[in-house]
Design a protein around this ligand. Structure first.
Ligand SMILES: [Zn+2]
Length: 403
């Protein structure tokens, strides 16, 4: 509680908290009405541990190495019977002693984590609770890095872990442009700006209030917590990546990050969460490849819906003109490499070098697979041309396959 008080003394009180409360209540109500749990009719059952002892023993073993960068979240999810997000988050909160320190009620915490996990759509190939668990595990790895571990407070760590666990809450499996062009109520509600991220944040706030996880804290403390949670989750909006990256770069160029300052620590947490969110290309190939296939499948499913409803197919969403490899190579080149390059300048550690190393290898593997595929296609076309009595393979345009 001391940390809370110390932390909050730096925060500014909201001038119009009355209006803000009314808005929050309205959003909570909207969330309640549109709750995927209600619409999908999933029975609200708390998955009490009915695990085979062997499995739960193996899961416990895995948790001993939860700080390893090659932690296999897919295996962990199987061993925990699909409860990786609950199990991992609870373990990390306990490991840091945050449950005791913030006097969290175990029943409320358990219920909160169960609802968080349930609010992820497990029929999404990518944006599901395993992705949230993966991001939480990556966030933990970053929190352990010396630059962060020596300066972050318990409050920062609690916030960082909760933000990671909730950062994609109730993700519909389609992107913002899709919500805008289909006039989805969320796009209207958030005025076409960080639509998904705002929804993830408000959903998290809804669950915090529903379970009363922080109801024992002074109202101002929990309001600040909700606001900072929002600021972290909103930072994961990839369309704002350049703003964050240039701010980060400027700080590093000028050596002006002062981690004794709360706002600077918060900025570093934002950067850490951004890295955790898109760290798939930096994982070992076997894990990275699975994530790449999953995210591409989610893009392609959106493209299929767009085609079915005669909407313009969004970039990267057409399964006829894109491949997993092309999407990955583009993503690494334009999004992941610039971010992790700066992160490695900030936190020049073995982990950062490992991540960059994996990304280089993964990119080369995708390029190799692309090459193999092109060669195979060319051979097929050449054979077809020969069968047809001519050899026109050189004249067959490959352009449509390039992107
Ligand atoms: Zn995410």
């Amino acid at each position: 509680m001391f940390l809370f008080a110390a932390r909050l003394s730096c925060g500014s009180a909201s001038a119009d908290s009355g209006t803000e409360k009314r808005v929050h209540r309205l959003l909570s109500f909207q969330r309640y009405l549109h709750s995927s749990r209600l619409l999908r009719g999933i029975p609200q059952q708390i998955p009490l541990h009915i695990l085979d002892e062997d499995y739960s023993g193996q899961a416990k073993c895995m948790l001993e190495k939860v700080g390893n960068w090659n932690f296999d979240i897919f295996l962990f999810d199987k061993l925990t019977n699909g409860n990786s997000l609950i199990t991992l988050t609870l373990h990390l909160l306990n490991q840091y002693g945050l449950v005791d320190l913030f006097q969290l009620d175990m029943v409320k915490l358990w219920r909160f984590l169960v609802l968080v996990q349930e609010d992820y759509h497990n029929d999404n190939p990518y944006h599901n609770s395993v992705h949230a668990a993966d991001v939480t595990q990556a966030m933990y790895c970053y929190l352990q890095e010396p630059m962060l571990s020596k300066s972050l407070t318990s409050y920062d760590i609690l916030l960082g872990l909760l933000a990671a666990a909730t950062h994609d809450l109730d993700h519909p499996g389609v992107n913002q442009p899709f919500l805008i062009k289909t006039d989805h109520y969320l796009a209207t509600l958030y005025r076409n700006t960080s639509v998904l991220e705002n929804h993830h944040w408000k959903s998290a706030v809804g669950l915090l209030r529903e379970t009363g996880l922080f109801s024992h804290l002074p109202a101002e403390d929990s309001m600040n917590m909700e606001r900072e949670l929002g600021s972290l989750i909103l930072a994961t909006d990839i369309s704002r990546q350049n703003d964050y990256l240039s701010r980060f770069r400027t700080h590093l160029d000028q050596d002006s990050l002062c981690l004794n300052t709360a706002s600077h620590r918060h900025f570093v947490l934002q950067m850490a969460l951004k890295c955790a969110d898109i760290c798939n290309p930096c994982r070992p190939w076997e894990l990275s490849k699975q994530w790449s296939e999953k995210v591409t499948e989610e893009f392609f499913q959106q493209g299929d819906i767009e085609k079915k409803h005669k909407l313009t197919v969004s970039p990267l969403c057409d399964r006829e003109t894109n491949t997993v490899g092309n999407i990955q190579i583009g993503f690494m080149t334009y999004v992941a490499e610039p971010l992790f390059g700066e992160w490695a300048r900030f936190s020049d550690t073995r982990l950062s070098q490992t991540m960059l190393g994996h990304m280089g290898l993964n990119k080369a593997s995708w390029a190799g697979l692309q090459q193999e595929q092109t060669t195979a296609e060319e051979a097929e076309l050449s054979a077809a041309g020969a069968d047809a009595g001519g050899s026109h393979s050189k004249e067959i345009p490959q352009g449509s396959r390039e992107y």
